[in-house]
Design a protein around this ligand. Structure first.
Ligand code: CA
Length: 232
């Protein structure tokens, strides 16, 4: 366990105890003593979670949180506050706090919440990563990096070949006419030039299917093409 936690807290005593306890749990800990520095550090991308005091000099915790979220930063934030009042909690959650803990807090409770939040957050980012990969049989397409693999083999594609393959994989096991492929992958300007599709399917086959016993790209006579999985 080497998750990195940022403590934004102006009360030296509380910050020090938190740091000691969290380091004892195996976390790497950083500290900021006011809201402005806290915001800067939280935005650096170096931290996995922020423990954010509400009453802070320079910028208060709610404002730090609001600026983080309006910049699109999803880092998990636990708000710490001395005031257990309803308006505080409401404005905290509305601003995008993931959790809330009232001072004085029991260390065990705080540690449990931190563990829980880190676990949830790591799960969701793993799932988000997973949905970035398109799969069909032994073919894997990484949409973000535009990398393509068949089994463990890296396949180099031109941008157009890549777009065509993504389209076929998104529509795997479904027949697509040349006209559909042309308008969906090339756009309407190319309508009528369906031989383009045949040409690019040929290129793709050479890269995707050549040397593999199972051919993924199938010709549907008189219709068009289909990327078909063996058991479909
Ligand atoms: Ca404070």
């Amino acid at each position: 366990m080497n998750e990195r936690l940022l403590i934004v807290e102006d009360e030296e005593g509380i910050a020090r105890i938190l740091q000691l306890e969290l380091e004892h749990e195996g976390y790497t800990v950083g500290r900021a003593e006011d809201g402005r520095i806290g915001l800067e550090m939280a935005q650096s991308g170096e931290w996995d979670l922020v423990l954010l005091d509400v009453m802070l000099p320079e910028l208060n915790g709610i404002e730090v949180l609001r600026r983080l979220r309006s910049a699109g930063n999803p880092i998990p934030v636990v708000l710490l506050t001395a005031r257990d009042t309803v308006p505080d909690k409401v404005s905290g959650f509305e601003t995008g706090a993931n959790d809330y803990i009232t001072k004085p807090f029991a260390m065990e409770e705080l540690l449990a919440r931190v563990r829980n939040l880190l676990r949830i957050f790591q799960q969701t980012s793993k799932e988000a990563e997973g949905s970035d990969i398109l799969r069909a049989a032994d073919l894997a397409i990484e949409l973000r990096t535009r990398k393509v693999f068949r089994k463990e083999l890296v396949i180099e594609l031109t941008p157009r070949e890549f777009d065509l393959l993504v389209y076929l994989a998104e529509n795997k096991n479904r027949e697509k006419t040349r006209e559909e492929i042309l308008s969906d992958v090339w756009g309407y300007d190319f309508i009528g030039e369906t031989n383009l599709v045949d040409v690019y399917i040929r290129y793709l086959r050479q890269k995707i299917d050549r040397g593999f016993r199972y051919k993924l790209i199938h010709t549907i006579r008189g219709v068009g093409y289909m990327l078909k999985e063996p058991d479909a």
